[in-house]
Design a protein around this ligand. Structure first.
Ligand code: GRF
Length: 275
């Protein structure tokens, strides 16, 4: 064994290896198994005492445009210990001019385009999109500024696996132009919601919400920018919870996040629990 790089956690006096790569007898290999090992300093070797496969959760991200939320998710997942528990296996867009595709390619991520204009109806597009997604065998499909309404059949196909971010405090202001609606309505708080997707538009069990104040004189663009700061922090955090298998839906259709009783975010992107 000539080299070894490890991502590890301490556990009961031993090193718990979550993932390692190295070369054994000249053959390079990468493993995402969990090993408990005992270091043998005298022999400069490693003794394997147990091995448990760890499922690295697979995320597909759907975008239509600049993809700033996609970037926030990718960056959050690159942070240890998330990098060993999840990976973004593909970024898929419904238009080939989606700016976020270039960024994803620069990161070395797999990308694909399923152009909605090439299909006669929503069902045909959703069938093709679903087939493309399924080819990457994801655990979760994260919508990040994906501007297509999904058919009930598509939602059913990936039931419980599709997550969306919407720029309002749902159930207020579903649909488009949420910032303008907030200003016109005169609400004093606006924000964003990450939720599990159901066949109803901008509906479904809420995973997290973040708030921002609406300030007199705000344009929709001012407000959108303020909300976006929270979106990035919040979606990144939610991706981490999903990566770690913490998110479940209970029998009342409410989300539970193991160990996170409050999933509310402030305007600066910090979480209520952090303060
Ligand atoms: C975000 O505000 C998102 O909430 C909404 O569309 C916008 C997409 O922005 N659905 P980006 O493509 O993630 O930068």
């Amino acid at each position: 064994m000539d080299t070894i790089e490890v991502a590890y956690r301490h556990s009961a006096g031993r090193l718990r290896i979550m993932a390692w790569q190295g070369s054994v007898n000249g053959k390079r290999s990468v493993h995402s198994h969990k090993f408990t090992i005992v270091l043998n300093f005298l022999l400069k070797g490693y003794v394997l005492v147990s091995s448990t496969p760890v499922h690295r959760r697979r995320f597909v991200i759907l975008i239509s445009g600049r993809g700033s939320n996609m970037q926030a998710i990718v960056k959050a997942l690159q942070q240890s210990p998330m990098d060993t528990s999840a990976e973004v296996v593909a970024v898929i867009a419904n238009r080939d001019d989606a700016a976020g595709l270039r960024w994803a390619q620069q990161q070395g991520l797999a990308t694909a385009v399923v152009p909605h204009r090439a299909y006669n109806n929503r069902e045909a597009f959703d069938q093709a999109l679903g087939d493309c997604i399924a080819s990457f065998a994801p655990d979760y499909v994260l919508l990040a500024g994906f501007m297509r309404i999904l058919t009930p059949g598509f939602v059913q196909r990936f039931r419980g696996q599709i997550i969306n971010i919407h720029p309002s405090l749902l159930p207020a202001f579903p649909g488009l132009h949420t910032h303008q609606q907030a200003i016109q309505t005169g609400v004093q708080w606006h924000g964003c919601t990450v939720h599990v997707v159901t066949p109803l538009l901008d509906n479904g069990p809420i995973i997290a919400q973040g708030v921002v104040p609406v300030i007199e004189g705000d344009t929709p663009e001012d407000l959108a920018q303020r909300v976006l700061t929270v979106e990035h922090a919040m979606y990144g955090r939610v991706a981490g919870w999903l990566a770690q298998g913490k998110v479940t839906i209970d029998s009342d259709d409410k989300v539970q996040v193991d160990g996170v009783p409050v999933r509310a975010f402030y305007a600066d992107g910090s979480q209520v629990n952090d303060k």
